[in-house]
Design a protein around this ligand. Structure first.
Ligand code: NDP
Length: 257
């Protein structure tokens, strides 16, 4: 039996759609006060308004996690709106596809700036607020790609997602004495707008490789995030949890029959 998350202050980055929106909705359904962010102001405001119309306590803010001024504004806003911060979900991420041969330095920098630097900036800026929380929680959205698997076209993405876990392990040690845990969810292939942008042949190949015989949903990922956010997960830190329907397990195609 898990304690209620009612009244907790939660910030989810990259939450105008996809996994972030699934995480934000789940927190809000549990009675948390949620600030959602993304770069597109129109989109994040519209999504927040829609969730409020459903009776949920959600505000939206346009913010780019790769930009330090924007990240500071995010923390100031959550402080003003909720009077503090209990749970930070660093979910914003991009996954443009490019082979190693064709990858430009600009593409590399853009992916690392959002996925890795964005995590660092968000967690660092949240520290004063999280230290004031009764128990602070940081949950990163990493991926199986990079930390566990490789996938052609995503050397930069895989590097950025593996780097998040390196960041997590040391941050977890540094923040443990403050009662703050830092953990990561590693989704497999989850049906989101970002995933549907990837070519159809890739999507079909992935779907065939999953023992559970279905792609994941944002709700599948959100359930794991709720666990890490709970009071009861307070003795778990620096850990990662794969949510992939068993996708990383098969050693052969025959295993999937
Ligand atoms: P989507 O592309 O569907 O959504 C991404 C969200 O992040 C949007 O709200 C987007 O809004 C926002 N975003 C992108 N860049 C920034 C930025 N610099 N600052 C703030 N917000 C930003 O992605 P998914 O939901 O599929 O993925 C979410 C996370 O899950 C990512 O970290 C991704 O790497 C990870 N993941 C996804 C998997 C999948 O199969 N879908 C598998 C494994 C991990 P806007 O463009 O307006 O900023």
């Amino acid at each position: 039996m898990f304690s209620s998350l009612e009244g907790k202050s939660v910030l989810v980055t990259g939450a105008s759609t996809g996994i972030g929106l699934g995480i934000a909705r789940q927190f809000a359904l549990q009675g948390a006060k949620v600030l959602i962010t993304a770069r597109s102001a129109d989109k994040i405001e519209a999504v927040a308004a829609q969730l409020r119309a459903e009776g949920l306590h959600v505000h939206g803010l346009a913010a780019d996690v790769a930009d330090i001024a924007s990240v500071v504004a995010m923390m100031n806003t959550v402080q003003e709106l909720h009077g503090g911060l209990d749970v930070l979900c660093c979910n914003a991420g991009i996954f443009p596809n490019s082979t190693l041969e064709n990858l430009t330095e600009a593409d590399w920098d853009r992916v690392l700036a959002t996925n890795t630097k964005g995590t660092f900036l968000s967690v660092q800026a949240a520290l004063p607020l999280l230290r004031n929380a009764e128990y602070g929680r940081v949950i990163l959205t990493s991926s199986i790609t990079g930390p566990v698997t490789g996938s052609p076209g995503w050397v930069h993405y895989g590097a950025s997602k593996a780097a998040q876990l390196g960041f997590m392990r040391t941050a977890a040690i540094e923040l443990a004495k403050d009662g703050i845990t830092v953990n990561a969810v590693l989704p497999g292939n989850i049906v989101t707008a970002g995933f549907l942008d990837v070519d159809a042949e890739y999507q079909a190949g992935v779907a065939a490789s999953i023992p559970a015989k279905r792609l994941g949903t944002p709700e599948d990922v959100a359930s794991a995030v709720m666990f890490f956010a709970s009071r009861e997960a307070g003795y778990i830190t620096g850990q990662s949890l794969i949510i992939d329907g068993g996708q990383v397990l098969p050693e052969s195609l025959q295993s999937l029959d």
